[in-house]
Design a protein around this ligand. Structure first.
Ligand SMILES: Cc1cc2nc3c(=O)[nH]c(=O)nc-3n(C[C@H](O)[C@H](O)[C@H](O)COP(=O)(O)O)c2cc1C
Length: 496
């Protein structure tokens, strides 16, 4: 009798466990379906069910992190707080915090904006106005709508779905998108938006069979873009041409660039036809004449001699020879693929490079003629506002917009294994990135960061962010004391 009862109990336990396992399996299956059909989270789409652990860990991490890690401001190149600032801004959930800031305002390098005792009333505030680039020598001026824009990242380094999402976001927010050195792809044209075409050292997309600049191709591209940028250098790899690993040179990319498929693509370390400031100005003039569009260049600065020699050449040849803009990239900028030693040790970070470039232009009396675009870790409104105070007209960010696309900083851009589908041509991983939804995030991030620039300006008593000057920010020094930026970098005399 007792044995019978024991057997019945064991049977019952087995049945209950079977049901429990069945219910668990069913729940997991429902989660799996939810994950593959939702479009908000790339990691969950690419790694159904298991990918949820990331979001779970993030949520509970707030409570447990303090026991394992020193603080949220660790991790490079972008710490957790910076990344989550962008994520929240891109979701339209940014801006407001409770309890108080975790930002240590005594940390050297921290910008502290100089609030006015009489800030602007809401009704007197205005969003920053458009600013024209070029239009001085018969070219069609580019009326740029936003201060913060999408920095150069080529189709090749980025996936097609990432480009599609970026152009959607650019179209919806008014920011421009820079094509990067990989040429203009059909994905760039899927949405009406402002575009800057970058001419890299291999001249992809605008070269003839010998690799030289092709006027007809320039004219064709000009139909679709607002301006051209000649790339001399990029912060992550000054003196090194672009590298696109073989696995990323798909048939389509090879066709757009005019190169063989599935063989790694390396562009020259410099433009073969630019070895002096005069050569650069010759190319600026040629591209502007042929296309009727404003033309600028992108570079990295290591000391003041290069901008000085360039401004001397401009003054010698006359102001009509001037480029319409210069993009100054910080030595700590991002990349799809670059030699580590160049990324780690070559080129000044933007905090040193930008003052050099701006001061040379002021001294030469060229500051109003040449627009300055700054890039290099300017992914938050505070860092971008610092660059405006320093003298930049526009901000470009690449990795800020990558975070808006859902990048989790897994540092795999050169491997074709990006888990969020942003820098991979693996179709399975690309499925995680839904261009329509991520395009909305790109637009929300763009509008959010541009809006916060004006918010900071209003607090400083200004009408909008284009009025920022050096006296509106102080920089914390090593002793924990802050110094006004105009004392650290006094304005030089114009035309001196
Ligand atoms: C994936 C990736 C691809 C890039 N491709 C280019 C490029 O084609 N041309 C270029 O001038 N810079 C390129 N860059 C550099 C960025 O345009 C930018 O100058 C640099 O990352 C600094 O901005 P950030 O700190 O906001 O990312 C690339 C950066 C990344 C992350």
């Amino acid at each position: 009798m007792e044995l019978e009862q024991l057997a019945r109990t064991i049977n019952l336990i087995i049945v209950v466990m079977g049901w429990a396992a069945g219910i668990v399996m069913l729940l997991l299956f429902i989660m799996f379906l939810q994950d593959i059909f939702q479009k908000e989270h790339s990691v969950r789409r690419n790694f159904p069910v298991i990918g949820r652990l990331r979001y779970f860990m993030e949520d509970i991490g707030v409570f447990f992190r303090q026991y394992f890690f020193a603080n949220d401001r660790e991790e490079q190149p972008f710490n957790r707080l910076t990344r989550s600032w962008v994520y929240k801004t891109a979701k339209g959930m940014g801006g407001i915090i409770g309890f108080g800031s975790t930002n240590d305002m005594r940390e050297p390098g921290t910008p502290i904006f100089v609030n006015s005792p009489y800030p602007q009333l809401e009704e007197d505030c205005a969003p920053s106005p458009c600013l024209a680039i070029g239009g001085y020598v018969g070219d069609q001026a580019f009326e740029a709508k936003r201060i913060v824009n999408i920095s150069a990242m080529s189709y090749g380094a980025l996936s097609s779905v990432a480009i599609q999402a970026l152009v959607r976001g650019a179209g919806a927010s008014g920011s421009w998108i820079n094509t990067g050195e990989g040429g203009l792809s059909p994905h760039h044209l899927e949405q009406d938006c402002d575009r800057i075409f970058q001419i890299g050292t291999a001249k992809y997309g605008v070269r003839d069979e010998q690799g030289k600049l092709d006027d007809q191709r320039l004219k064709d591209i000009a139909q679709h873009v607002n301006a051209f940028e000649i790339k001399l250098a990029q912060g992550a790899k000054p003196g090194k041409g672009g590298i696109l690993p073989a696995v990323k040179v798909t048939e389509e990319i090879a066709q757009i660039r005019g190169i063989p498929a599935f063989i790694s693509s390396r562009s020259p370390n410099r433009h073969i036809d630019i070895t002096s400031p005069d050569d650069l100005l010759d190319m600026v003039a040629r591209v502007r004449d042929v296309t009727g569009r404003p033309v600028g260049f992108k570079t990295v600065i290591a000391d003041g001699t290069y901008p000085e020699r360039l401004s001397e050449a401009i003054l010698r040849r006359g102001p009509d020879s001037a480029p319409d803009f210069m993009t100054i990239d910080g030595g700590d900028g991002g990349t799809g693929a670059a030699p580590q030693v160049l990324a780690d040790h070559v080129g000044l970070p933007l905090s040193e490079a930008l003052p050099i470039a701006v001061d040379v232009l002021i001294e030469a009396g060229l500051r109003d003629r040449i627009r300055v675009i700054a890039s290099g870790r300017l992914v938050t409104s505070a860092r971008a506002a610092w660059a405006l105070c320093m003298g930049a007209d526009f901000i470009n960010t690449a990795r800020g917009f990558m975070f808006a696309l859902g990048c989790i900083q897994s540092l795999q851009c050169n491997k074709d294994t990006c888990p969020t589908g942003i820098t991979t041509h693996n179709r399975r991983l690309q499925k995680g990135l839904a261009p329509r939804d991520k395009g909305r995030r790109v637009a929300t991030y763009s509008l959010g960061i541009n809006h916060e620039l004006d918010l900071l300006a209003h607090s400083c008593g200004l009408t909008h962010a284009r009025e920022f000057r050096r006296e509106h920010v102080r920089i914390v020094q090593s002793a924990g004391r802050s110094i006004p930026l105009d004392q650290l970098y006094p304005y030089p005399h114009a035309g001196s």
